[in-house]
Design a protein around this ligand. Structure first.
Ligand code: BTN
Length: 277
């Protein structure tokens, strides 16, 4: 499908660069690449409403209204980073959708490791960190009709080549090129993420739940076995992170030995001194 605004190439990132590197059967097929979009998530919703199928990948060189979690914006300058959103058309129950974000987090961490060798880890639920700093955020959005999923869009923003971050995130954010000290192809990176996602999501879709991926995810989880701070709107507390369970919830052991199952929702988890540790 050719849509107005879609263009062929944008440096190392573009329609044919992405298509030629895609190693998947369905994830990332077709690619809808744009030089500029309001938000790849918003475009993916428009595309899904227009009938685009599971696996369609919307990617952009820049976003003018990049969306982050909890109503935040996602800074999306041109020419440096990767912004992309995958359309899914699941048949499972809506409450499984929060786990799709975890599947994507796992895929991004492994895609980064495969494409540039950086030791990417996951900060539960869905931030990807390298050297204790955030290199990627994921925003999953679901459309429902009478309790049934119409479509899910999973948006990913990866800091690939950005050198100067805004003062608000300068302490906690990092780009992959800063971490690795070498140039990284955005197209190769996105193709590696799509490959890992497809492998994991095929299993997840067959049997929705996180039992099969729990061990792999926990192996990449930062702070496992360490004290963390749970920022719950009902009150902040501390405990030791014991990794996620088969529902994708973070197990936090309290000082009395009891274990809280933390559901992503409005809660976030920090190290006791800062963003990660
Ligand atoms: C977060 O707040 O950590 C999530 C950020 C998600 C940003 C990505 S960039 C591509 C996609 N399009 C958007 O508007 N947001 C997501």
């Amino acid at each position: 499908m050719e849509t107005e605004g879609m263009i062929q190439e944008c440096g190392d990132f573009g329609q044919s660069a992405l298509e030629s590197r895609m190693k998947t059967r369905w994830a990332g097929r077709p690619v809808h690449f744009y030089k500029e979009l309001d938000s790849t998530n918003l475009q993916a919703v428009r595309d899904a409403e227009n009938g685009c199928g599971q696996g369609t990948l919307v990617a952009a060189d820049m976003q003018t209204a990049g969306r982050g979690r909890r109503g935040r914006t996602w800074s999306s300058p041109a020419g440096v980073n990767a912004y992309f959103t995958l359309i899914l058309r699941p048949e499972y129950a809506p409450d499984c959708t929060s786990m799709v974000t975890l599947v994507m987090a796992l895929a991004v961490a492994e895609g980064i490791r495969a494409s540039c060798g950086a030791a990417a880890c996951i900060k539960w639920p869905n931030d990807i960190v390298v050297d204790g700093r955030k290199v990627c955020g994921i925003l999953t959005e679901m459309s429902l009709e009478q309790g049934v999923i119409r479509h899910v869009v999973v948006g990913v923003g990866i800091n690939v080549g950005l050198q100067n971050f805004s003062p608000e995130v300068a302490e906690t954010a990092l780009s992959l090129e800063q971490a690795c000290g070498k140039r990284i192809s955005r197209a190769v990176l996105v193709a590696d993420v799509m490959k890992a996602f497809e492998d994991y999501y095929d299993d997840f879709e067959r049997e929705p739940g996180f039992a099969g991926l729990q061990e792999r995810y926990n192996g990449l989880l930062v702070n496992r076995g360490r004290e963390v701070c749970v920022l719950d709107p009902k009150g902040e507390y501390r405990g030791v992170s014991r990794g996620i369970n088969e529902k994708g919830r973070l197990l936090v052991e309290l000082s009395d030995g009891s274990v809280n199952e933390v559901y992503a929702g409005e809660v976030s988890v920090r190290g006791i001194y800062g963003y990660v540790v």
